[in-house]
Write a protein that binds this ligand. Structure first.
Ligand SMILES: [Zn+2]
Ligand SMILES: [Zn+2]
Length: 70
C-alpha cells in the first residue's frame, strides 16, 4: 500500500511526502486508497509561512489562551 506521510508544522500546515510501495516502484501506478501516516511534528513554521530576514514585517502567531473569547 502506498503511503502518504505528512509533516505537521507549527503554523498548522501539513506537508505531504508520497511514498510509493515497493511493488509499484518504477511505474506510475499508485494504490487506492493511499494510507495516510503522521511522520513528525516540525518545530517550526512551514517554508511558505516563513519570511526572509530582510522583510520589514514579521508575523508571529501567539498561542491563544485556552479561555480566550471567540
Ligand atoms: Zn501501493
Ligand atoms: Zn504554513
Amino acid at each position: 500500500m502506498c503511503t502518504s506521510y505528512y509533516i505537521k508544522y507549527t503554523c498548522q500546515c501539513k506537508e505531504m511526502e508520497f511514498v510509493q510501495c515497493e511493488e509499484r516502484q518504477g511505474t506510475n501506478v499508485r494504490c487506492t486508497p493511499v494510507t495516510k501516516r503522521h511522520r513528525k511534528d516540525a518545530q517550526n513554521f512551514c517554508e511558505s509561512h516563513l519570511v526572509y530576514s530582510n522583510t520589514p514585517r514579521t508575523y508571529i502567531t501567539e498561542p491563544k489562551p485556552q479561555d480566550a473569547e471567540q
